[in-house]
Design a protein around this ligand. Structure first.
Ligand code: MN
Length: 293
């Protein structure tokens, strides 16, 4: 076990050797980017807190051992400079992971990071994929407070690239976002209203939804009782097991080509939430592992 305050650690460092990227099924990419803060802050501290908490994970996730496939932790992305520069660096890092034959597992940082990740796939020549998003917010504003790279606009940037989107657990959106959903036939959704009261644990992707899926998890999509450690919490979110089951239901229908965990903002002194974010990351690796067997 290493000190919780140590930086530059690698995922599960206490249990496994760092796998070379070419031999790792999963490549963890820390991106402590935090520029647009709408309410509470702290996402810049997310990746380091998750990596530190990963020291406490068991390699056996309850059903399989994802670490047996090899986990590589990449260098932390330099998040200095303007949004366009950082997005370019994120895209380059993701392209490198893909060129190495590994799967990106990206730790944010604010949700804007996901746009850089998606650009990385496009730069690598991969464009025949859809995005499935767990989130409290639709993130479909064309710009927020004048900023097209706001975390409140990230999924608009994604759909503007022509990428189909399926949203899960949304429960906060404005008129502009409602209109965007109605006008764009490539945006699908099962909102919190549809999923949470009946504890619905699976969805059916449309037949024309792409075979490859990138899965983005904004931790505020889960209920604040699970993750109060985020900048813009909204009550009525997904439960822990419901989140895992929904991810599994997508993984059973499609090929997961990568995923991210965004908007985690650790609360000083409440390390339970850091561990929850690390465990969520590892559990999603496990679901990917078992589906690809
Ligand atoms: Mn979001």
């Amino acid at each position: 076990m290493q000190s919780r305050s140590s930086d530059n650690t690698i995922f599960l460092a206490s249990e496994i050797e760092q796998a070379p990227i070419e031999q790792a099924a999963f490549s963890v990419l820390p991106v402590p980017y935090e520029k647009t803060v709408s309410y509470g802050g702290g996402t810049a501290l997310g990746p380091a807190a998750i990596l530190n908490a990963s020291e406490q994970l068991e390699t056996w996730d309850g059903k399989s051992n994802p670490s047996a496939l090899g986990i590589h932790t990449c260098d932390t992305v330099n998040c200095q400079g303007d949004a366009a520069q950082v997005i370019e660096r994120i895209a380059n890092a993701v392209t490198h992971i893909l060129a190495s034959g590994s799967m990106p597992v990206v730790l944010g940082g604010e949700h804007t990071v996901t746009y850089g990740v998606i650009k990385g796939y496009l730069d690598a020549g991969i464009s025949d994929f859809g995005v499935v998003q767990i989130d409290a917010h639709a993130d479909l504003r064309d710009a927020y407070e004048g900023d097209p790279y706001s975390h409140a606009s990230v999924m608009k940037r994604v759909v503007d690239e022509g990428i189909p989107l399926y949203q899960l657990g949304i429960r906060a959106y404005c008129d502009e976002e409602r209109n965007t959903r109605e006008q764009n036939p490539h945006i699908h959704f099962a909102d919190a209203d549809d999923l949470v009261p009946d504890n619905q644990q699976s969805i059916q992707l449309p037949a024309n939804f792409p075979q490859k899926v990138f899965f983005t998890v904004d931790v505020d999509g889960l209920d604040p009782s699970v993750f109060p450690s985020t900048g813009t919490p909204v009550p009525g979110g997904l439960s822990w097991y419901q989140t895992l089951k929904l991810f599994e239901s997508v993984a059973k229908q499609r090929e997961i080509i990568g995923f991210d965990i965004m908007e985690f903002a650790p609360i000083d002194g409440f390390h339970a939430y850091d561990f929850s974010a690390a465990l969520l990351t590892y559990k999603l690796m496990g679901i990917v592992q078992r589906q690809s067997n």
